[in-house]
Design a protein around this ligand. Structure first.
Ligand code: HXC
Ligand code: NAP
Length: 295
């Protein structure tokens, strides 16, 4: 069957009037979302710590989409670098009206093995980085009365928590709280704030750090997903484009999970009954019904 979800959802110029900064836009999911924004007519800035990598990616993206990409070095942990990145964006494109907080740092580790600096490093990239960008851009938008949208990439363990990635879970939960808080506070300035909570979408950056070595084979992550597959980058890009576009103008303060039902599978009290074969249900039904008989 044709996989509709592997295809672009929009095909026109739905993001024609957008100038969007994608932090961590030079790799993985950030690159996939940025590429799709370009295809829909947006002007895009991709940022990360590695300018050489960004420049190569920008050239590749421009060739693929015919769009306009500005690669900028910016460590999101440093507020002065974020302000400089904002200034450079405005200098090049005249304005900015979209921010995708996608940059992240993460790795698996028992928490007691972490140094204070290791914990801080992840918190600083994810929570402080998202805060730095949101605050700098928000001040600019409010001062200049610009209607704008912020989209934050969190994860499903922002609500459940997760062992072995505790700094990331702590930081992503903070980003989600910021999303919901500012959705209310800044709505009066025509600034929308939403989040996406992806389940597993294979990328080199995440898989090298979360499933190193043969862990990929030991833990087939698609088995944890009720739909029995991992996500495809285009389906995430479709959702991100919708949330960045004016088609989602009434969606504000929302977090949309895109995980094939993964986190709920871990949560439901009786979800383990999935393992019961269908023939056994006949017997179980008889047993249960027998208890209903009036004495
Ligand atoms: C224990 C570690 C460690 C490890 C680093 N550290 N790796 N501690 N186990 N595996 C410690 C270091 O010793 C140091 O502490 C501190 O962390 C900072 O390390 P640096 O290497 O100096 O930091 P930096 O160069 O800034 O790199 C940041 C990073 C790195 C987070 C450590 O992994 C990175 O650059 N990541 C960016 C990309 C990324 O993580 N992508 C995956 C996102 S996936 P000391 O005390 O020695 O100074 C994701 C998915 C979520 O978020 C959901 C999936 C379903
Ligand atoms: P990725 O390719 O490693 O993306 C992370 C990006 O962040 C990289 O481009 C990295 O670039 C950049 N970055 C890291 N530290 C930075 C800093 N201090 N300043 C600026 N940029 C920085 O991994 P990914 O899987 O695409 O992850 C993208 C987003 O999706 C993250 O928010 C992640 O938490 C989220 N997510 C991913 C999954 C998944 O299954 N892949 C699931 C849920 C959520 P440099 O290292 O070059 O700076």
């Amino acid at each position: 069957m044709d996989k509709q979800y592997s295809k672009p959802m929009f095909n026109g110029n739905e993001l024609n009037d957008k100038v969007i900064v994608v932090t961590g836009g030079g790799s993985g999911l950030g690159k996939a979302m940025a590429t799709y924004f370009l295809k829909l007519g947006a002007k895009v800035v991709i940022t990360s710590r590695n300018l050489e990598k960004l420049k190569a990616t920008a050239t590749e993206m421009e060739a693929e989409t015919g769009g306009r990409v500005l690669p900028l070095s910016c460590d999101v942990r440093k507020y002065d670098e974020v302000e400089a990145m904002l200034d450079e964006t405005i200098k090049t494109f005249g304005t900015v009206n979209g921010l995708l907080n996608n940059a992240a740092g993460n790795f698996i580790s028992p928490t007691e093995r972490l140094s204070a600096n290791a914990f801080d490093t992840v918190i600083d990239i994810v929570l402080k980085g998202s805060k730095n960008c949101t605050l700098a851009f928000g001040k600019y938008w409010i001062k200049n009365k610009i209607q704008a949208t912020v989209l934050n990439i969190v994860t499903t363990y922002a609500f459940t928590g997760s062992a072995y990635v505790v700094p990331s879970a702590t930081a992503k939960a903070g980003v989600l709280a910021m999303t919901r808080s500012l959705a209310v506070e800044w709505a009066k300035y025509n600034i929308r704030m939403n989040a996406i909570a992806p389940g597993p979408f294979p990328t080199k950056g995440a898989w090298d750090r979360l499933l190193p070595g043969d862990l990929k084979d030991k833990f087939d992550i698609s088995k944890k997903v009720p739909l029995k597959r991992v996500g495809e980058h285009q389906e995430l890009a479709n959702l991100a484009a919708y949330l960045m576009s004016d088609f989602s103008a009434y969606i504000n303060g929302e977090v949309i999970t895109i995980d094939g039902g993964e986190w709920l599978q871990g949560a439901g009290e009786f979800n383990m009954l999935e393992e019961i074969p269908s023939q056994l249900w006949d017997m179980l039904e008889v047993m249960i019904r027998s208890k209903n008989k009036k004495e």
